[in-house]
Design a protein around this ligand. Structure first.
Ligand code: 8YV
Length: 321
């Protein structure tokens, strides 16, 4: 008889993480890796002590209210937690955890890739090669803009924003940031704090979004704020699509008011606004900010460390609720 606690894991996780789950728990794994609907999650959660979701499962107040009484914890395989209604979890005494820190480097790498790729028109060049439409080298074609020495504005100076500031300094960028409050000067890495978002925007030849999706940041980058950016600015988003107003960003890219955008996250993933696909000045990636081998292992282990603590009656390291 297996007396290890049952756990529902909503998506496939890296092999080493699933192996640890098999060793220590009685996991219900999603071997087909398809997205479960709300009713399926509730059904599959019967008798489990914890659910390990990804950001692809929306654990709304309604879903959380209907989870079986056996569920004591939701240990998300993500740092973002906009997919989980924390108040609803608190109301039911369900502990919620996330996986901060371990994906900061990987996400900042993708933000840097987007910054460079968008500024230097990487995907247009790559497409020319793949479609055999590279006619000839040209002194006046394929011209992007250098990022070296330019001003980078960071919205959200949390863990990922701080790594981004350090990486940008490697390109001699002058880094500015907006955050709800100024961070400890040791963590600023020379970046200049702006208490007003509008002031940051006016400085941002390049803008990288690193704030969480909350009601306060919903559609933060709208037409009015895009209008405050300098001409030919480049916008990068590796945070959440909900922070951007797609109509406003697409209009600014279509008109050439913005030079380019580099986007790894979108509203309504994976059904992104199809107009992005038509834009040569949009460099698009499919939400791969944390998609590095060591990062995904570390995220899984961090989620399981939190689960182990909860099961042992200890305070989990990354408690959100
Ligand atoms: C993850 C992310 O891949 O952790 C996050 O918040 O956005 C991504 O890097 C995803 O959320 C996994 O659930």
């Amino acid at each position: 008889m297996n007396d290890r606690p049952a756990v529902l894991v909503t998506r496939r996780l890296p092999a080493a993480v699933e192996a640890r789950l098999q060793r220590d728990y009685a996991p219900r794994l999603n071997l087909d890796d398809r997205i479960f609907g709300a009713d399926e999650i509730i059904e599959l959660a019967a008798g489990v002590i914890a659910v390990i979701p990804c950001h692809t499962e929306r654990l709304s107040a309604d879903v959380i209210a209907r989870l079986p009484d056996s569920v004591r914890a939701i240990c998300s395989f993500s740092v973002g937690h906009d997919h989980i209604d924390l108040d609803a979890a608190r109301a039911r005494g369900i502990v919620v955890t996330n996986t901060p820190d371990v994906l900061s480097n990987a996400t900042a790498e993708i933000a840097m890739l987007l910054l460079l790729g968008a500024a230097r028109r990487a995907h247009e060049g790559a497409r020319m090669l793949r479609t055999d439409t590279w006619a000839d080298w040209s002194a006046i074609g394929q011209l992007g803009i250098e990022i070296t020495g330019k001003r980078l504005g960071i919205i959200g100076m949390g863990r990922v924003g701080q790594v981004m500031a350090r990486r940008a300094r490697g390109f001699d960028m002058q880094v500015h940031y907006y955050n709800r409050r100024r961070v400890d000067p040791d963590l600023e890495h020379g970046a200049v704090y702006h208490a007003e978002l509008d002031d940051l925007l006016a400085q941002s030849q390049f803008l990288s979004i690193h704030c969480p999706a909350t009601p306060q940041t919903h559609r933060l980058l709208n037409a009015e704020r895009i209008a405050r950016l300098p001409d030919d600015a480049v916008v990068v988003n590796t945070a959440r699509g909900a922070v951007v107003d797609d109509d406003a960003l697409i209009a600014a890219l279509q008109s050439g008011r913005l030079f380019a955008a580099g986007l790894d996250v979108f509203n309504n993933e994976p059904q992104i606004d199809p107009r992005y696909r038509e834009l040569d000045n949009a460099f698009l990636l499919p939400h791969i900010g944390s998609a590095a081998r060591e990062t995904r292992d570390a995220m899984g282990f961090r989620a399981l460390d939190n689960l182990d603590a909860i099961v042992a009656g200890r305070e989990p390291r990354d408690r959100l609720a």
